[in-house]
Design a binder for this molecule. Structure first.
Ligand code: PLP
Length: 302
């Protein structure tokens, strides 16, 4: 799609453990279209261009990594982007919201809708209204997950990753883990760490995969999507200090908190080789810090 930096496997070394832990730095793929959002957009944008559509429309919340990545990709490729954003009140708060401000600078056009309207976003009548307002567009679902997104995520693992016993990844809508499951090797176990509460994920993922070498670890969502507490912030800051690797608080921070906790509890057999996927999301940290300050919680060190 456009030029990328390399995503390398970085080892995290801790003393007195015979577990090998690596982090695949997908966050490094691109400065603004980072991590799994690049993977998920790649074949969708190709499909849009093939069908002659030069406008991409998608949905997201106020701090969405997907919206941010879509806006940037559109700017780089000269495609028009429209973001349907959850929350009418945000209209007046663009300048105080780092994600929306960035997307606006990339040229994204916004449509702010109420939470009840947002829930109807995939209905035919809502989509027709959008077509009347904006003209023809290529529709990318919320969070970017569809079959083409899963296909893009099948490129996250490479042949060099075949020797890992476990692949651990954060789960939002499940598109990323589906791609990873599809390209995992026999004998590899894929563990997903949902960033939100809910029992629908297993079914959503199953739609895109045929293998059964995976499971979801539901103990590390910290109360739900975008919910965080002081202990998660402390973990993320300690991780940055000790290993020099920044983690986002919504996805990768929770997943690695979970992996480290499972290591400490002896979940992984001795000698296990674990590959965790850093799916990006660092653009969301400033917006999260604004909210942490309001709650009198410590900030994430950038
Ligand atoms: C969107 C996102 C996820 C979740 O990906 P899904 O494909 O929706 O499961 C994980 N990590 C980061 C950083 C994300 O931005």
């Amino acid at each position: 799609m456009f030029s990328l930096q390399q995503s390398v496997n970085q080892q995290v070394v801790f003393p007195s453990s015979d577990i090998e832990l690596y982090i695949k730095r997908e966050d490094k793929l691109h400065d603004y279209v980072s991590g799994n959002k690049y993977r998920k957009l790649k074949y969708n944008i190709e499909a849009a261009e093939r069908s002659g559509l030069r406008t991409l429309l998608s949905f997201g919340g106020a701090y969405s990594n997907h919206i941010s990545a879509l806006a940037s990709a559109g700017q780089i490729l000269g495609l028009k982007t429209i973001g349907v954003i959850r929350g009418e009140e945000l209209h007046a708060q663009i300048d105080g919201n780092p994600t929306l401000q960035f997307a606006k600078q990339c040229g994204m056009q916004f449509k702010f809708v109420s939470r009840s309207q947002y829930r109807l976003k995939t209905s035919a009548s809502f989509l027709n209204d959008l077509k009347e307002e904006f003209g023809a567009f290529y529709l990318i679902p919320e969070g970017g997950t569809n079959a083409l997104a899963v296909k893009g995520c099948e490129e996250i693992l490479s042949e060099q990753d075949s020797h890992f016993d476990y692949i651990c990844v954060s789960v939002g809508t499940g598109g990323t883990i589906a791609g990873i499951i599809n390209c995992s090797k026999p004998g590899q176990q894929v563990l997903g760490f949902p960033a939100l509460k809910g029992s629908f994920l297993h079914k959503d993922i199953s739609k895109f995969v045929t293998k059964s070498n995976w499971k979801l670890v539901n103990d590390y969502h910290f109360g739900g999507y975008a919910k965080i507490n002081a202990s998660l912030v402390a973990f993320i800051n300690r991780f940055k200090r000790e290993y020099g690797i920044p983690l986002d608080p919504i996805y990768t921070g929770k997943m690695l908190f979970g992996v480290m906790d499972l290591i400490n509890k002896g979940f992984f057999p001795k000698g296990s080789k674990i590959l965790t996927i850093h799916t990006g999301g660092l653009q969301g940290i400033p917006g999260m810090n604004d909210r942490l300050v309001k709650k009198n919680l410590p900030k994430i060190i950038i």
